[in-house]
Design a protein around this ligand. Structure first.
Ligand SMILES: [Zn+2]
Length: 410
């Protein structure tokens, strides 16, 4: 207790003194960095006295090297600072930068380049705080702000899937069909891997389109299909700025065996069994890949091992290809990663680890499941930003409407 008091008052001092000096800190939702510089007295606040700063992502309980980081800098006015990572942990557009406390972001680079192990930033003379992140972040506050626009929509209900291990609410969104007995049920989950933020804008676009758009496919979905949407499967990881991917002993996405270890995965299993009533036909699991390289710089769906599901995936993708109108257009040749190619091989691990979709496809009636891999920064030669990501979400909603309408008439 006394030790906690000492730590608390120490942190209090740091907070109060902090903003005045030259400083990096991560004392805000999503923050993550380690500064390799002698003389730092806290892992939340680092004093800076050099123009070259050695930094690296804080892996915490991650079993392998990963690349998520986000921090803010104060008191460096007029300085040009060289931020050096030990590995290539900066994406193809450089860091995302915010000058307004994380409200709005933009890429540092104008052009798509290669992943690097450093970035350089020239601070202006205003003394304003600058936030840097490996990509566009998407936190609880972003979802709350977004969903407020629709909170009175008659078909929408927002509740809690479960409390997380640290007592946070993991949101559960339901969009109910207008007709009492729906033709199909769809589940969409995001952030099984906490750091994979860009795909959250795709989910925003999907929801926005479902609730707003009057085109026939969306009107049909609103009439006939029930949706269950989970925006943050690893809520603690998102808010705490964890990598999330490859957590020890295993991460949320593969926690669908007999006895899950996380609250949210156990709760989602129960909810899908109760809510589903055997009518779930389609399940999407939204992800982002690695920062750069092959199968990391374009949008694609991940092929299932089961030939029947693989066939449905290809049908869905060809509808999407045919009907998309957003800025980011799927490359038909590379829109589907067949099972057994690239990284797409799953090795059983003594039945302790079962991927979400491997469990979901065992449910009666499920025909189409897929992981979407949506890159952090670029789709081929196109730069990704929140609005064209949302457009891709709308394209997915439209394709799903067309696909399910055909299915329901069979
Ligand atoms: Zn992932």
């Amino acid at each position: 207790m006394i030790r906690n008091l000492v730590v608390l008052s120490f942190l209090f001092l740091m907070v109060n003194q902090g903003v005045k000096g030259q400083q990096i800190d991560i004392d805000f939702p999503g923050g993550n960095i380690i500064v390799d510089q002698p003389g730092s007295t806290s892992t939340l606040y680092y004093t800076l006295d050099a123009d070259t700063v050695g930094i690296r992502p804080d892996l915490r309980d991650t079993s392998e090297e990963w690349f998520y980081w986000m921090f803010r800098v104060n008191g460096m006015e007029g300085k040009r600072v060289y931020f050096q990572f030990p590995k290539r942990q900066v994406g193809t557009m450089g860091p995302a930068i915010s000058m307004d406390g994380g409200q709005s972001w933009s890429w540092q680079e104008e052009k798509i380049g290669e992943g690097k192990d450093y970035f350089v930033y020239g601070f202006d003379n205003s003394g304003k705080e600058v936030c840097f992140s490996v990509g566009y972040p998407y936190l609880e506050k972003d979802f709350t702000q977004f969903i407020q626009n629709y909170i009175d929509h008659p078909q929408l209900s927002l509740s809690t899937l479960t409390k997380s291990e640290k007592g946070r609410s993991a949101e559960l969104l339901e969009i109910k069909a207008k007709e009492a007995t729906s033709k199909a049920k769809v589940v969409i989950a995001a952030r099984h891997h906490a750091n994979e933020a860009m795909v959250s804008f795709v989910l925003e676009g999907f929801i926005r389109s479902m609730l707003e758009d009057n085109e026939p496919a969306m009107a049909w979905l609103r009439q006939h299909v029930d949706f269950l949407i989970l925006p943050f499967m690893d809520k603690d990881g998102v808010q705490d700025g964890d990598q999330g991917k490859l957590r020890k002993p295993w991460d949320h996405d593969v926690d669908y065996a007999e006895n899950p270890i996380y609250q949210s995965t156990q709760a989602l299993k129960n909810t899908m069994l109760n809510w589903g009533e055997g009518k779930i036909t389609t399940v999407f699991d939204l992800h982002c890949p690695w920062l750069f390289g092959e199968w990391n710089e374009h949008i694609y769906f991940v092929g299932d091992e089961d030939p029947a599901i693989a066939q449905e995936q290809q049908r869905f993708i060809s509808i999407l290809n045919e009907h998309q109108s957003g800025e980011l257009v799927l490359d038909a040749e590379k829109a589907w990663l067949p099972y057994g190619e690239g990284w797409n091989v799953w090795e059983e691990d003594g039945n302790l680890q079962v991927p979400f979709l491997d469990w979901a496809k065992t449910l009666t009636g499920v025909k189409l499941t897929s992981i979407l891999e949506f890159p952090f920064a670029n789709h081929g030669k196109q730069v990704i930003h929140p609005e064209n990501a949302r457009q891709f979400g709308r394209d997915m909603a439209r394709a799903l409407g067309i696909y399910l309408k055909i299915e329901s008439s069979k």
